[in-house]
Design a protein around this ligand. Structure first.
Ligand SMILES: [Zn+2]
Length: 230
């Protein structure tokens, strides 16, 4: 199948309920021939050099990607993401985004602001991999989501060029994919098969800190103590 047709088909199928069985793909990888059992397997644990040498048997961890000051190129292929509530920690012991721990979240208890984000899988041609784009649900002028959504909804195979401006607004441009471009077909097929099988946790790109982890940070523990939580 032509890579561009493939991308078009992904958008054409976006209204299919997520409970639908994954569509079969003619490009789905077939098992290596060396998997066939040998009647003369010697003593010891049978193994396949193809399995041992393959990176497929140990899938790499999903990576997240942000839109920052340097232009980011991504190929959207789905509008199916997840919405998460996150905190930003800027402590000496930990600096970064973490998911909120919900109703009993210690970060919420000490008054750390929580932001709503969408985690959206996209293909990053520079990493040659499906990655998880983290974007705010903010819809103010110049925000990323209201500019990116029309590109995704267009259903056209395209390269999106995303960049954060110095004033923290975003520029969103696009160009059509042309034949010969890396459209990430095989990576996307593999990813969608796993996502449809419920094997993908988009939120796994975030570092999770439990309340116990949070209480190990002195500034947070001190605030919790002052407010009577510990
Ligand atoms: Zn929280």
């Amino acid at each position: 199948m032509d890579p561009l047709d493939f991308i078009r088909n992904q958008f054409a199928e976006k209204d299919v309920p997520s409970t639908a069985p994954p569509s079969s793909s003619p490009t789905a990888p077939s098992p290596p021939l060396a998997h066939q059992d040998s009647p003369r397997t010697p003593k010891g644990e049978a193994c396949s050099i193809c399995d041992l040498g393959s990176t497929r048997s140990e899938p790499s961890r999903l990576q997240s990607v942000y839109v920052g000051p340097n232009e980011l190129h991504v190929i959207p292929f789905t509008d199916r993401g997840v919405r998460v509530k996150i905190h930003f920690l800027n402590e000496a012991e930990y600096r970064g985004y973490i998911p909120c721990n919900g109703d009993v979240c210690d970060a919420c208890r000490v008054g750390y602001s929580a932001m709503d984000w969408i985690l959206l899988p996209v293909y990053n041609p520079d990493a040659a991999a499906v990655q998880v784009l983290q974007l705010s649900i903010a819809k103010r002028p110049g925000a990323l989501l209201p500019q990116l959504a029309p590109l995704i909804n267009s259903g056209q195979p395209l390269l999106a060029m995303l960049q954060q401006r110095p004033d923290k607004t975003y520029s969103v441009n696009s160009m059509p994919l042309t034949h010969g471009d890396d459209a990430g077909e095989s990576s996307i097929v593999d990813f969608l098969a796993k996502m449809n099988a419920g094997q993908v946790d988009l939120a796994s790109v975030l570092n999770h800190l439990s309340n116990e982890d949070l209480r190990a940070i002195p500034a947070i523990a001190a605030k919790l103590k002052r407010k009577g939580f510990i």
